[in-house]
Design a protein around this ligand. Sequence first.
Ligand SMILES: Cc1cc2nc3c(=O)[nH]c(=O)nc-3n(C[C@H](O)[C@H](O)[C@H](O)COP(=O)(O)OP(=O)(O)OC[C@H]3O[C@@H](n4cnc5c(N)ncnc54)[C@H](O)[C@@H]3O)c2cc1C
Length: 466
Amino acid sequence: MAAVETQSPVDALQKSLGNALLTSASPAEDLAAATAVFNGFIPKRKPEEIVVATGVADVMAAVKYANAKGLKVSVKANGHHWQGSGLREGSLLINLEKLKGVRIDVEKKTASVQPGVTAIDLHKEVSAVGLYFPGGHCPTVGISGYTLNGGYGWNSGHVGSASDHLISIDVVLADGSFVRATDDNEYADLLWAARGAGQGFFGVVTCFEYRLDLLPRGITLMQSVFPLDSAADVIKFWNEKRAELPSHMEVVTIMATGPTGHRCTVFLGVSFADTEEQGRKDLAVLEDCPVQPRLVHDVHPSDVYEIWGILDKAFPKNWNMNVDVAVVPFEATTDMAASLAEHFKTSPSPLDHVLFAGIGPKAGSVKSAFSPEGNFEPAVYVGCYGIIEKIDVGKEQEVVDWTVKGQDLVWPHAVRGYVGEGRQETAKLRRCYTPEAWDRLEELREKYDPARLFLSWLAADPTFVQ
Ligand SMILES: Cc1cc2nc3c(=O)[nH]c(=O)nc-3n(C[C@H](O)[C@H](O)[C@H](O)COP(=O)(O)OP(=O)(O)OC[C@H]3O[C@@H](n4cnc5c(N)ncnc54)[C@H](O)[C@@H]3O)c2cc1C
């Protein structure tokens, strides 16, 4: 009798993954494409193998394959994380960028979205049918990691964060099984964790179901420019007026370098009103700003693409970027603006900037692991962004040092960090969560991933080097 050839589980899974599996023997260009990230500071960390998934079945097989081979799993969707957190030394990387489906239910105002979709992809689809989702402040932000971080986008102060819009998630768990988590089923705790765990999530989300809002029809933009030394006065004025501003208005103050090389204070107000008339009325409160001289001033009807365009220029893909942010109370911002304006005068690169953006929980937000939801009063998100073109070799460390020194002026006042954008340091990571949320995340990790198959936050990864 002929011997029956048996296949090992690893061989069988390898076969089922087929061309989706990349190893060190795969063509260099395929490996480079599968590990590409947004930031030009490309991490040296190299995954052992990669699965470029084309569907849920690949993700399930990849997780089982990692278990069978004893590999840890890391995940990359759009690779937009500032420090390329999906790239981990020796891991099996599950790459989700090919999963780009969007299905909208216009009647229910919901969308089912796969993890390879970006903010601009989703906006294009939902706005075509008069709907809105608060994607990130830049069009290139990947919807997947963004939502897991909590996700604070344009008009989130009014409509809520991305995680606040989450109705359900489809997840591949650590044993390779596939579940759907909703607020009302046995996986409600998994959905809670997905609303803010960020890189610390213990599963692979293959679909996000969101509720959608109506597209605001009267988006109106105010752009004012003042000298850099006016930054503290502009922020003081914003503080004085904020009680008069409707929740559908977003205010951002940026210390930046203008086209002629002058450092300045840019004061942006965006009203997500339903009519232009209302938008102009909202912005009139900010137009009263008495700070002089006002170098540029303009108010006009706008749209999401235009406001994205302003910030998109500030973050050119593949430039070297170093970022740190913290959330501080409004009361701390005026003095902080004065010291950060002095610090900004020393910034080494023309694209460096300092950002102050209003952030706050929408009343009645869904409780989640994401820090702002019900965990602090409206506050200001302050970040130093060090950005330098790749050709400026040798200046990179200067840019990093400038960012870190700037945030040293901010962190002593912080009420919270933000896991989506902060520098990956253990102490800062802990401050992205309330102690209760942190403990609950760790309990759930033990429940859903007792063998720690999924690599967690970069700051908690012993192989991570800044
Ligand atoms: C220019 C710029 C602007 C930004 N603006 C904003 C903003 O306005 N608001 C805001 O909140 N954030 C913002 N961010 C941060 C943003 O939230 C993160 O960059 C986010 O990680 C992007 O998502 P991604 O899918 O591309 O992430 P990736 O880099 O692909 O993934 C990051 C990590 O998330 C986890 N992950 C991602 N997808 C999955 C999944 N499906 N299942 C399991 N784990 C997963 C993995 O651990 C992965 O390592 C910005 C970032 C940049 C660079």
